[in-house]
Design a protein around this ligand. Structure first.
Ligand code: PRP
Length: 217
C-alpha cells in the first residue's frame, strides 16, 4: 500500500490538526517533539506521512500531488487559487478577513475614495474592492505586521485577519468592514481523490465523526 501524504500548516493549525489526527488513531513518532529537525513524519501502521510547511505552500504541495491532502486556512486557499478540492471545514482556526484602519478611515470607504490598501492578501483585497464594492483602490502587498501600514502612513486601511482583535486595539485600529469568515479547511489533490477515493473518504469521515464527538462533549 502506498503512503498517503498530508501537508499541515506550521504553527497552531498544525498542532490542532495533529490532536485531531491522534483522536482518530493517526500518530507519528517524534511529531510532538519540539526539538526535532525532522521534516517528514511517518505513521507506519496507517501508511501515512505528514509534513509541515508555511501556509501558502500547502495548496502548492497539494496541487502538484506532492501531498494528497492538506490542512490550511480558507484565506490561503482563496489567495493561492490552486487546483485543489476543498472537502471539509474543520471548525477551528476561526477568524475573520476584515478591512481595518483608524476610525477616521471609515469616511474614505463610505465615499468610495481612491485609497491605499496594505495587505498580505492582494487577491482577496482586489476581489473585495473591485468586484464586490466597485471601489478603485491601490493595493500594496506586504509580508507581515500589516497593522504598521496605516500607523506609519503607508496606507489608509489594511485587509487582514482578525482573531481576537487585540492587535488592532493595541494599535488604535478597528474593524471597518468584514469581508468573510475564515477557518481551517481540508483540501485534496483531484487525482489522489480519484486514485485513493476509499482511503481518503474514510479518513475524511473519521475526521468528521471526531469533530461531531467534540461538539457533543
Ligand atoms: C495575524 C494577523 C494579525 C493578528 C490578528 O498575524 O495578521 O496581525 O494575527 O490576531 P488578533 O486579532 O488575535 O490580534 P500573524 O500572527 O499571523 O502574523 P503576521 O503579522 O506575520 O501576519
Amino acid at each position: 500500500m502506498r503512503y498517503l501524504t498530508i501537508a499541515l500548516t506550521k504553527g497552531r493549525l498544525a498542532r490542532k490538526t495533529i490532536e485531531l489526527l491522534e483522536e482518530i488513531g493517526i500518530s507519528c513518532e517524534e511529531i510532538n517533539d519540539k526539538d526535532t529537525r525532522k521534516l517528514v513524519f511517518t505513521d507506519e501502521n496507517n501508511k501515512i506521512k505528514i509534513f509541515m510547511s508555511k501556509g501558502p505552500d500547502v495548496p502548492t504541495f497539494v496541487e502538484y500531488g506532492a501531498a494528497d491532502i492538506g490542512v490550511v486556512g480558507k484565506d490561503t486557499i482563496l489567495e493561492e487559487e490552486r487546483n485543489v478540492y476543498e472537502v471539509l471545514d474543520l471548525g477551528f482556526g476561526k477568524c475573520r478577513m476584515c478591512v481595518c484602519g483608524p476610525e477616521s478611515a471609515m469616511e474614505y470607504l463610505q465615499k468610495n475614495q481612491l485609497i491605499r490598501v496594505a495587505t498580505k492578501y492582494p487577491k482577496i483585497a482586489k476581489e473585495y474592492f473591485y468586484n464586490k464594492k466597485n471601489q478603485t483602490v491601490e493595493i500594496i502587498k506586504m509580508n507581515g505586521s500589516i497593522e504598521l501600514a496605516p500607523i506609519v502612513g503607508l496606507s489608509e486601511v489594511i485587509v487582514d485577519i482578525v482573531e481576537t482583535g487585540s492587535t488592532l486595539r493595541e494599535n488604535g485600529l478597528t474593524v471597518l468592514e468584514e469581508i468573510l469568515p475564515l477557518s481551517a479547511r481540508v483540501i485534496v489533490n483531484p487525482v489522489s481523490m480519484k486514485m485513493e477515493y476509499e482511503r481518503i473518504s474514510a479518513l475524511i469521515m473519521d475526521i468528521k465523526e471526531a469533530i461531531n464527538r467534540r461538539q457533543q462533549q
